[in-house]
Design a protein. Structure first.
Length: 336
């Protein structure tokens, strides 16, 4: 069939009506059985708790560590630091609450651990590598090689000092806007995270974090996925990625399902025309595939309920570590 700009414009004008008809005809409005949900969640938590330490040990064993005679030996091993950071994340503990909880660790283990020791662990290269290796191990356990993926990004609030909160109220600055640190440098009060999900397993196969933009987080997630060795059979992304160069982000044979923007054009490379043609002439099947992206939105919602909406760390590498812990927990919960 011949593809024309008029056909695209007409479809885009009628898109709201088309989506309404599609949802009425094809979407299933199923109510969640909360009793079954809680039972399933409890089962997943039990499996995750059982697998946590073995996966940490396996991830650390992948690192070739040369022992150094310089400096004092660490109070606790790297594997224990990783476990503490993961527990801190899933129990949504603030800095103050974690510091109080560490007093009980001291009573139970006889090891005196200060909050500073835990905070520095977020920057520890061995800890960061171990958490990254955990993500890789969990992904490979499912044998994912060529995936149908969906992707979505989100923002996490960064905590700020009491001084900033007082000043922001005075100036009318809302959370999520830029603020100035003690040196007068502008910083954002939120961080972007992006997860690429394998639709068959629900697992993240790529996870990216960025202080700059969601697009950068998306590219970091994609780079992680490729380094793991996973190729993409088909991809579903929201309107933020409805630009022609999106075809360059994936392999030429990857099927891409997006909804074009209102000012989209049929002009462009063959890959772009293929997306537009499928959108116009196979609208309902195209929408059916596109709306599988809802799995990513549900995954993010679950992550935030499980691990919280805020990041308590200040340094960029520590923020990155904290959010990757969220990605690891997401995959740990899907092992069963």
């Amino acid at each position: 069939m011949r593809l024309t700009q008029k056909q695209l414009d007409k479809t885009l004008r009628q898109l709201d009506y088309i989506v309404k008809v599609y949802k009425k005809k094809y979407s299933k409005d199923e109510k969640r059985d909360w009793r079954t949900y809680e039972q399933r969640l409890a089962r997943r938590m039990k499996i995750a708790a059982k697998e946590l330490e073995p996966v940490v040990e396996e991830a650390f064993s992948m690192i070739d560590v040369s022992k150094s005679k310089r400096g004092r030996p660490p109070k606790i091993p790297t594997t224990k630091k990783v476990v503490i950071l993961l527990l801190k994340r899933i129990f949504q503990l603030s800095n103050r609450k974690m510091a109080n909880l560490l007093m009980f660790f001291t009573l139970l283990t006889g090891i005196d651990i200060s909050y500073k020791t835990i905070e520095r662990a977020y920057s520890d290269p061995l800890v960061r590598m171990t958490i990254h290796n955990m993500f890789v191990i969990l992904t490979r356990r499912k044998g994912i090689e060529n995936a149908d993926v969906s992707g979505d990004g989100t923002g996490y609030s960064l905590t700020v000092t009491k001084h900033y909160r007082n000043r922001s109220r005075e100036r009318g600055v809302k959370e999520g806007k830029e603020y100035k640190d003690e040196k007068g440098k502008k910083k954002k009060a939120f961080v972007y995270a992006f997860g690429l999900m394998d639709l068959d397993t629900g697992m993240y196969i790529g996870y990216g974090v960025s202080m700059k933009s969601e697009k950068e987080a998306f590219r970091r997630a994609k780079d992680m996925m490729r380094k793991i060795g996973i190729s993409v059979k088909s991809a579903r992304l929201d309107k933020y990625y409805s630009y022609q160069s999106i075809i360059d982000e994936f392999d030429p044979d990857t099927k891409i399902y997006i909804i074009p923007k209102k000012n989209a054009t049929v002009k462009g490379l063959p890959g772009w025309k293929k997306i537009i043609k499928n959108f116009i002439f196979n609208t309902f099947p195209h929408l059916s595939e596109y709306y599988r992206r809802n799995n990513s939105e549900s995954g993010i919602s679950t992550d935030k309920r499980m691990c919280g909406w805020k990041i308590w760390q200040k340094r960029e590498e520590r923020i990155d570590t904290a959010l990757l812990c969220t990605g690891v927990w997401h995959n740990l919960m899907l092992l069963g």
